[in-house]
Design a protein around this ligand. Structure first.
Ligand code: NDP
Length: 283
């Protein structure tokens, strides 16, 4: 059986490193505050928001909800982002996406002040991920995958890493972060021919497709490390499942992340770290 790469110890180590920094900011009279911008009441968003509130409370980070009314237009959404930009007490902002139909999330993201972009959605943040130069934070989930590999001492330099999924919030930035760590990266997507072979050829396989359990036994080889970024609700099983078929893959590989209990908890810890760093950098 493989080694289970659990997210909780990674998240705990990140949180541990934050406590003193949060205290120092509070003592200086400028406690870190995360603004959460949410339109509507999607159950996923509400559940994630509850998790954020818990984590923020535990660390002494403030959480401020910014709630443009459901059914709002692009103008109201953009006004909400401007209000976040102008609010001196807010250190960073997370906007829940996808937004309701009719709202242009990409356009809205570009308005967020780069210094408050704690989830790497603005062009300047992405430029930092691309070039390694300048200021800005990487998208939290992509960074979370890297932090997990680092925590468990999984070396990247010179290794073959396949990333499945090329979204702007996970696969693409992660591929760049891995390249910056001298991994040899193959980035796959829905048009990749013989995806299973591309996955089998990797020493480290990262999957972020949003397709429940699509990576099965024929995608892996012994000795591989598998990182499953996927979080999908399986109505039939009544539980969360990943993009990797854990039961089929775990017995074959050397290490694998569970779902739930893997990348998700690290993502939130990385977000909190970005908020604290943003607060420190503001002054
Ligand atoms: P997107 O839908 O934005 O992107 C999915 C990517 O997977 C696309 O690049 C798509 O290819 C590719 N893809 C889809 N189907 C296949 C297939 N059959 N074969 C190969 N590639 C495929 O998803 P996200 O990146 O937003 O999310 C991916 C997963 O990560 C989801 O399960 C999501 O729930 C999870 N997630 C987890 C987070 C966490 O904190 N743990 C945070 C964010 C997301 P193409 O570009 O060709 O369409």
């Amino acid at each position: 059986m493989s080694r289970e790469l659990r997210g909780a110890p990674v998240a705990a180590a990140i949180a541990e490193g934050l406590r003193r920094r949060v205290d120092a900011l509070a003592e200086a009279g400028r406690p870190p505050v995360l603004a959460v911008l949410r339109v509507g009441e999607r159950p996923d968003d509400l559940s994630y928001e509850r998790g954020l509130q818990k984590r923020a409370d535990a660390l002494g980070i403030g959480l401020r909800r910014v709630l443009p009314p459901e059914g709002c237009g692009q103008g109201e959404l953009e006004a909400a982002i401007r209000s976040v930009n102008e609010d001196d007490e807010v250190s960073g902002c997370l906007m829940f996406r996808p937004l309701p139909a009719g709202l242009d999330g990409e356009a809205a993201c570009t308005l967020l002040a780069p210094g408050k972009d704690v989830d790497g959605v603005t062009p300047l943040s992405l430029a930092k991920v691309f070039s390694g130069r300048g200021r800005g934070f990487a998208p939290c989930t992509a960074e979370a995958a890297l932090r997990l590999l680092d925590h468990y001492g999984i070396g990247l330099s010179g290794r073959r890493v396949t990333v499945v999924g090329r979204s702007l919030i996970v696969g693409r930035p992660l591929a760049l972060l891995l390249q910056a760590r001298d991994a040899t990266v193959t980035l796959c997507h829905s048009r990749t021919r013989d995806l299973a072979a591309a996955c089998r050829g990797a020493e480290v396989l990262v999957v972020a497709t949003g397709r429940p359990r699509m990576v099965g036994a024929d995608f892996v080889t012994p000795g591989q490390v598998v990182v499953d970024v996927g979080i999908n609700w399986d109505g039939e099983a009544g539980r969360l499942v990943g993009d990797v078929d854990f039961d089929a893959v775990a017995p074959l590989v050397s290490a694998i992340t569970p779902v739930p209990g893997g990348i998700g908890s690290i993502t939130t810890a990385v977000l909190m770290e970005h908020v604290v760093s943003a607060a420190e950098l503001r002054h």
